[in-house]
Design a protein around this ligand. Structure first.
Ligand code: 26Q
Length: 812
């Protein structure tokens, strides 16, 4: 049987679309709305992908390939329609088929709601990795939560961020298959009973986790992998007795209770304190994912010893770090393996990626809370830790008597707490950071004792981004130019972009690059006018900082520069100031007051300077609300300058930096995260690196001599800017920004903005000088594109496959 026979396909796309519309959705062609056409098209795309999906699953089984379970609390996918059409290679065909029905494909594409099941970098990374795993034919299944409400929608009223619920499922989701037969019981609370050798976890409350599958199509490969997100259902859907005595609402409360666990995505706060519902979410999705992973393994193999050959379970940060305990529980309590055998499997199957060094963002759960919610898991973690303690104490030639306190999974200082990072390191055979610099700091600062105990465990895999979304889809004209210049080999191996380097010297190439950038900027200028009513000059430099609003990312440093620039322009308006549009976008966690105040400040500065006749269209500041994957697709191809200005040692990697470089923006950035590696690839002439290095920051901290006030006293420029903030120059309420002034001066400027300010100012002057020579700037832009080849998520996934997972690929 060949592929066609096994998986019959419709004869014409138009017929398939109409069948979906008329027969599937029950809408006549005359009455169909755009929304109906979107649904019909999406359902058709999904159908066309299912044949490849079944074939993929069949081949994985036939070849006995290893499959990666990628556990992540977040998948920031973005829209599916165009991606699906591109994977199927029927974008133009579909456009024509729809046109024959009087429908514009572009309208449908814009109509799709953007799923936002993630906060930012970590969630988008997971989505890029799914794309790359499918495109390389690496068998994988992404596991996460089907949040009923994703990342909130951001509105801005009078400069203040307002959060609105993201009701993304209001219109039915055409991409998912509900899988009622993939349903698992997940327990919370209750008690543990020991009966001889056996342990039973009883009582408490339980809910069903039910699978919803979304297809993840490969590009340039037939593989279609699975993203399996868990919804929740009550064990007893309704209490009929209660209903019968007339308490109708109360009778439905099991529904509501069960679904609470998947109701909403948690925001990435700057402080992660123990919130019970978050722990419930983590357990819910980990338990279901591990049950499903083991069931799939057992369907094909009956020898547990094969588990590490057939399965890798990857932890995307510590959010799924209950996995080792849950895996031990299922292996020992349910499948009756001996502890040592189970532990050996666990440590050979698990691997863990760390995404942050910041102490306040590390997950630590009070034993009290965990004992109440997950009594058996706490026992298991304590047993894992007890055995680890014995191993540490028994080390030959121990010269560090207090070592165990530093590595103990249970922190005993003060309230007893479980340190999820330590649990993850102890349970994994590999631990990696997300850029070379960050991986070093993971070893040296976060887990130095573990790095000494288990040196072979620590690795690096530098992040990457999928060129299918961030180049082909977001910037198709640039993709075409590259194809015409160096051929299309880069589509399979992005490092081939290096072949573009000579074209930087080619005026014709640079001219076309300039035209494409100009078109992308005109498009963004229109969007800006439409969304926020600000007219910007598309010929100006587009200076872009788009990312979550966080103090460590130092959006405030950018704003201080804008004010200082405005002051300097007003003091010398006759000088040749190149025109700039500073564009910012990003969400602040709803409880993160300082981040919200920074958004307010951006708006108030904008209102003041955007209406200043002295600076005119030579300086504008725009804040675009509701940053999302879709908005990023507009902004990034239009950027000239990429702001990556975190305090060195705080940004684990960054991935926006890669997306912007790939689209020909030049970086102004600190020596932090992946900026360091970008600088290596593009060369020092084509990037603007400023500020203290990680070592200089460390030395300054160690000396205890940092005084932001002293820097302020010694800088005319900073005095002017900060005094303007304090005097309420940008706001009707003079006290509005005092907390910002306070944090900079009285709070001793935790992220050292003032220490780096002068260096930043100088780097911005260098940017201005470079911009004045447009031909030279374009050559730099071309070399940035050529240098971005290393930052494909395909390369990242190949690194994971070889260094971490030891996983193979489906035949091409
Ligand atoms: C944890 C517990 C409770 C509530 C929320 C959270 C939580 C949620 C999301 C903690 C952190 C996050 C997200 C982190 C994140 O996006 N980190 C970024 O990961 C990127 C991919 O590796 C890096 O490029 C960025 O440097 C890093 O900041």
């Amino acid at each position: 049987m060949n592929f066609q026979e096994r998986w019959p396909q419709p004869s014409s796309l138009k017929q398939a679309l109409l069948a979906r519309l008329v027969l599937g959705l029950g809408v006549s062609q005359e009455q169909a709305s755009l929304r109906d056409w979107f649904q019909a098209t999406a359902l058709t795309v999904r159908e066309l992908l299912t044949a490849r999906w079944h074939e993929t699953n069949r081949q994985v089984r036939d070849h006995g390939l290893k499959q990666v379970s990628y556990l992540s609390m977040e998948f920031l996918l973005g829209r599916g329609l165009q991606n699906g059409l591109m994977a199927l290679n029927i974008l133009d065909e579909c456009r024509e088929a729809l046109a024959e029905c009087g429908v514009r494909l572009e309208d449908l594409i814009e109509l799709e709601v953007t799923p936002a099941l993630g906060n930012g970098g970590l969630g988008r990374l997971a989505a890029c990795f799914l794309d790359s795993m499918a495109s390389l034919g690496l068998p994988s299944i992404g596991y996460g939560i089907r949040y009923e409400f994703g990342m909130f929608r951001q509105e801005v009223i009078d400069g203040w961020q307002i959060e609105r619920p993201d009701d993304w499922l209001a219109d039915s989701n055409p991409w998912e298959f509900m899988r009622p037969e993939r349903q698992y019981l997940v327990r919370f609370g209750g008690r543990v009973v020991h009966e001889g050798n056996r342990v039973h976890w009883l009582d408490g409350e339980a809910v069903y986790a039910i699978a919803y599958d979304t297809l993840v199509p490969g590009h340039g490969h037939y593989a279609v992998n699975t993203l399996r997100l868990w919804g929740a259902r009550p064990v007893e859907p309704m209490d009929l007795a209660t209903f019968n005595r007339g308490a109708f609402m109360e009778a439905l409360s099991p529904q509501l209770r069960a679904r609470t666990v998947v109701r909403v995505l948690y925001p990435d706060d700057s402080t992660i304190e123990g919130r019970e519902l978050r722990l419930r979410q983590e357990h819910f999705f980990v338990s279901a994912s591990i049950q499903d992973t083991l069931r799939r393994f057992r369907a094909d193999y009956d020898d547990w010893a094969l588990l590490p050959d057939k399965i890798s379970i990857h932890l995307n940060d510590t959010h799924p770090a209950l996995a080792p305990a849950e895996l031990m529980r299922q292996l020992v309590d349910e499948h009756l393996l001996a502890w040592d055998d189970a532990w050996d499997l666990v440590t050979r199957v698990l691997s863990y990626t760390n995404h942050t060094l910041m102490p306040e963002a590390l997950e630590i759960w009070p034993c009290d809370m965990m004992g109440r919610l997950l009594p058996r898991h706490l026992q298991i973690i304590e047993e894992i830790n007890r055995r680890f303690g014995q191993q540490v104490e028994a080390r030959p030639g121990d010269n560090q008597p207090d070592l165990f306190a530093k590595v103990s999974v249970i922190q005993e200082d003060g309230e007893r707490r479980v340190n999820m990072g330590r649990l993850s390191v102890l349970s994994s055979h590999k631990v990696n950071g997300v850029s070379r610099l960050h991986s070093r700091l993971v070893r040296e600062r976060l887990f130095p004792e573990f790095a000494e105990l288990f040196p072979e465990r620590f690795a690096n895999v530098t992040n990457g981004i999928t060129p299918r979304l961030w180049l082909n889809l977001a910037n198709p004209k640039l993709a075409t130019l590259i194809n015409e210049t160096i051929g299309d080999g880069w589509q399979r191996d992005l490092s081939r972009l290096a072949d573009l380097r000579p074209s930087a010297e080619d005026d014709a190439f640079c001219g076309r690059l300039a035209d494409i950038k100009a078109l992308n900027k005109q498009r963004l200028a229109k969007l800006i006018a439409h969304r926020v009513g600000i007219e910007v000059n598309p010929a100006a430099m587009f200076d872009v900082q788009v990312k979550r609003i966080h103090e460590y990312k130092r959006q405030l440093l950018n704003l201080l520069h804008v004010i200082a620039r405005w002051n300097a322009m007003r003091a010398a308006p006759e000088q040749d100031w190149p025109a700039r549009v500073v564009i910012m976008a990003g969400k602040a966690a709803s409880a993160y007051h300082m981040a919200k105040l920074i958004i307010k400040l951006a708006h108030d500065i904008g209102r003041r300077i955007n209406n200043d006749p002295v600076t005119g269209d030579r300086l504008k500041l725009v804040f675009l609300p509701d940053y999302s994957v879709s908005l990023a697709e507009y902004i990034i191809p239009a950027a000239d300058l990429s702001e990556q200005i975190s305090l060195a040692g705080t940004e684990a990697s960054g991935t926006g930096n890669m997306k912007l470089a790939l689209n020909g923006a030049l970086t102004i950035g600190t020596a932090d995260g992946a900026n360091v590696e970008i600088a290596e690839q593009v060369g020092p002439e084509d990037i603007f690196i400023f500020g203290m290095s990680v070592e200089e920051v460390a030395a300054l901290d160690a000396s205890g001599t940092y005084s932001s006030r002293e820097i302020y006293r010694n800088s005319q420029q900073l005095q002017e800017v900060i005094d303007q903030l304090g005097a309420g120059q940008f706001s009707s309420d003079p006290a509005c920004f005092w907390p910002i002034v306070d944090s900079l001066l009285d709070g001793n400027d935790h992220f050292k903005l003032l220490a780096d300010f002068d260096s930043y100012w100088q780097a911005q002057r260098a940017v201005d000088r470079a911009w004045r020579d447009q031909p030279a700037w374009l050559r730099k832009a071309a070399r940035n594109i050529a240098g971005a080849g290393r930052f494909s998520s395909d390369r990242s996934i190949r690194d994971y496959a070889s260094r971490i997972w030891n996983a193979g690929y489906l035949p091409a």
